[in-house]
Design a protein around this ligand. Sequence first.
Ligand code: IMP
Length: 430
Amino acid sequence: MACVVVVGTQWGDEGKGKIIDLLAEFADVIVRFQGGSNAGHTLVVEGEKFIFHLMPSGILHKGKTCIIGNGVVVDPKVLIEEIDQLKEQGYLQDDSQFLLSEQAHVIFPYHKQIDKGRERIRSGKIGTTGRGIGPAYEDKVARDGIRFVDFSDEEVLRKKLEANLAQKNYYLTHVLGEEGLELEPLYQEYMQYGTRLRQHVTNTSLFLAQQIREGKQILFEGAQGTLLDVDHGTYPYVTSSNTVAGNACAGAGIGPTQIDLVMGISKAYTTRVGGGPFPTELSDEIGEMLREKGGEYGATTGRPRRCGWFDAVVVRHAVRVNGLGGLAITKLDTLSGLKTIKVCTAYQVGDDVITEFPASSELVARCQPVYEELQGWHEEISAVKEVSQLPPAAQRYLERIEELTQTPIHIVSIGAQRDETIIRHNPLLS
Ligand code: IMP
């Protein structure tokens, strides 16, 4: 298949990085289309751990083009650090391997200051990553944003930055009680970043159109997860972008008719980091066991992730709003050793049983999960090569997820390493 979109089906951290890295071997181009350095994609290659916040997870493969699309908000400092680190480790030797959209918006220090300052005074805390994501998207929609194309004209950049600083400094000092910023050092610093990144900045939509015409395999890499989508997630406890597959088009500059398949990534249980409702959350020793065994600590902020059972209501919602054609189930190995495993099939609110995810976060907070109990398994499973070699209870667990979500499981991940994966169906090979 030519164009495949991969998205998270829960609250992010589903293990997308590993699956993208794996699929990237069969792709020519890997594209990020939304979010920014709030993301933290962890990859383990030959025992070495890599965490990327901005770089598409395909960057560890030679000969692939990695793109940051127009829908991403980019902190140039973080991006340059990632480029430098990759080069030091022997990757990204060819600069043309990485392209950055000229239309992508730039994150400035005031975005981060506003993000953190607002979070400090907000009553219902979202628990943002503090990376300036929300304020940068606000500027984009308010038509105040600064884009990489603006770095091509020093005067344009200076004028825009000056106008922005006038507003931001007022807000920072008068509303948030923070320090304001000076134009000249900020301008000089960012001009340097612009110069450093110039060779990568281009019309990535045009590049993608050419690649599609040539029949190249393209992988679109979603960040965060469906329940963090600004429209379809647990608003207002969400991120500020559309994380759903539809945004691969707007965020990369391609048309919806170009997408051939959307694959959803689901963890075999559920995690969430930051505030907001989470019906299947476990605050007992099982939740603790999932956190420790699954290494459930944020890749960007290091915060402990909240852990709970697999929620089929959530994943069914993701199947619908993304149009998922297949699932990859990750971290199945973390569940080994549990006597029984619960799966949430519906929610109980008062006398009502609901099977669709509610729009109101207040209502979600009152939802009690309706559980089905399945048998667990004690064997460690990371060396297994086929689904049929998994313990029968693990096979049944996967079947039940397929039944409840009405979606076939194409990939099962049973460890952090590339080879600890069962690929039943590779969407890029069909
Ligand atoms: P923001 O994206 O930094 O504005 O944070 C908004 C919410 O999304 C917070 O609850 C964050 O913890 C969450 N979030 C943002 N990025 C990620 C991610 O990559 N994985 C998991 N949660 C995330």
